[in-house]
Design a protein around this ligand. Structure first.
Ligand SMILES: [Zn+2]
Length: 82
């Protein structure tokens, strides 16, 4: 039983490390990485509830679409409201 707990803990630790690394490499700026234009927020109710620290944005100029980190002030404001 101890072996199962240790293996499960290492799996959780690896998942935590990978998720942290992926979060840290997400872009934080609100400009397109390809053309530099402003990105438009795409509202996702499921994404907002499951992972509130990221948001889906879209570039109107070149069509780039991707996940970016949410601004810290919005995260803090949302936490303060709830
Ligand atoms: Zn663009």
């Amino acid at each position: 039983m101890l072996v199962v707990v240790v293996l499960f803990a290492t799996v959780l630790l690896r998942a935590g490390i990978v998720l942290t690394f992926v979060y840290l490499i997400l872009p934080t700026k609100r400009v397109c990485p390809l053309c530099g234009a402003q990105l438009v927020l795409i509202q996702h109710s499921v994404l907002r509830r499951l992972v509130p620290v990221v948001e889906h944005r879209w570039c109107l100029e070149c069509g780039w679409s991707g996940i970016v980190r949410q601004a810290q002030s919005r995260v803090i404001n949302r936490a303060a409201r709830s």
